[in-house]
Design a protein around this ligand. Sequence first.
Ligand SMILES: Cc1cc2nc3c(=O)[nH]c(=O)nc-3n(C[C@H](O)[C@H](O)[C@H](O)COP(=O)(O)OP(=O)(O)OC[C@H]3O[C@@H](n4cnc5c(N)ncnc54)[C@H](O)[C@@H]3O)c2cc1C
Length: 425
Amino acid sequence: MMGNSDDPGIVIVGGGICGLATALALRRKGLNSIVLEGSSSLRATGGGIGIFSNGWRVFDELGIGTELRRKATLLSMMRDRILSTGAQRETVCGKDEVRCLKRSDLMEALANGLPHGSIRFGCQVVAIAEDSMTSLPIVYLHDGSIINAKVLIGCDGVNSVVAKSLGMKKPTPSNLWTIRGFTNYPDGHSYGSVFTRLVGGNVTFGLLPIDDNLMHWFISFQLRSDDAKIEDSERLRDWAMELLEGFPADACLMVKDSDLSSLSLTHIRYRAPWDLLFSNTCRGTTAVAGDAMHVMGPFIGQGGSCGLEDTIVLARNLSVALNEAPETELSDDLLRNRVSAALDNYVKERKLRVLRLSTQTYLVGLMIYNPSNIIKFLVFRLLVAFFGGMSFDHARNTANRATGDDLEHLSLRTGEGSRAIDPLQ
Ligand SMILES: Cc1cc2nc3c(=O)[nH]c(=O)nc-3n(C[C@H](O)[C@H](O)[C@H](O)COP(=O)(O)OP(=O)(O)OC[C@H]3O[C@@H](n4cnc5c(N)ncnc54)[C@H](O)[C@@H]3O)c2cc1C
């Protein structure tokens, strides 16, 4: 098995959803890794996260699906209402599995599946270089220490140092911001299992039940500023309530009664589909995954699930490269060649899928927020023609329709002839 404390082998930068899921997926394939996380403890900013069928398929592969399902209500439908006209659209979830999880529950489930000590907190990575002798990655930490990695996976989010080292452009800031939080109803809430979005002018208020008592909510709004910052959570709550002027009274009450410690303000940034098309997302034995590769707006709730998909494809490809050869054969040269072929394959498998989700997200954002009705109409036609309109098709049809199992692609199982070790079998 690759990796001990002196020679970590596989190094993952970033212990967010994607970094921990990558470590767990590798672990399920018999590969150890270390995760370098800049924060001093598990980060779960943002309150809740909506997870669709594709994300749940990944959780099942990681062995945490059953545990997480117990903590999140199965949603029955999504309801969009335009307040000014009263127009309403309902999309029934049907056989699509949609649930909203507490981010902290998800992070804990992922971390609990990893060996003790494999997440190193307080390790801020400041730069990446390439060893001139071996061409393998060197990781520089904020305290001056250095880690010689064999394989480097950047799961370090929107400001990824690893993406920068690959020459990827910085994500584009939008003029959209979001305030998110939780509200607890000790006697139970009255929202059932419906995900509701209320649209009032340029403000969208979304509310998702997590369980019978807890609601996750978000307010999306436009603001032409690059550095709005509000540290004080009472002021953030007051701002959120101002944004909801004219919204139904129960919406305002939900924000008023929110758990102040759960509130956060986020500036939405994205990697445009055309930037993704021309970016190098891997080089040698280094690659990126999750937001570091394809940060996107939250409009179809796929950023996290798309990153989760990455982790399965990445672990499957790496396991073929690393588990097939006896360890003694793994000279630096051989390892570099095997891993770089595996990472190329990972990027090839992911490219179209990631492009599709980024493009669809970009178009939905345009349709909601572009002021021109002509653009809204044209974008809507495009969405209907190429992306199944506003259905959940994107969460189901991940790659391979020929087999009849649209989510089959999200499997850690390797193909016939592979000698990869699967500890689950
Ligand atoms: C408002 C909003 C709503 C969203 N809603 C949904 C949703 O409903 N469903 C969904 O699927 N997705 C949603 N997303 C997207 C989802 O949150 C992200 O795609 C997901 O969190 C990305 O996970 P990640 O692990 O790639 O990155 P992150 O969660 O950003 O994690 C990166 C980690 O790396 C660490 N790090 C960063 N730099 C360094 C460094 N240099 N050294 C060491 N550590 C570092 C950070 O501390 C962090 O822990 C939403 C996003 C936003 C902004």
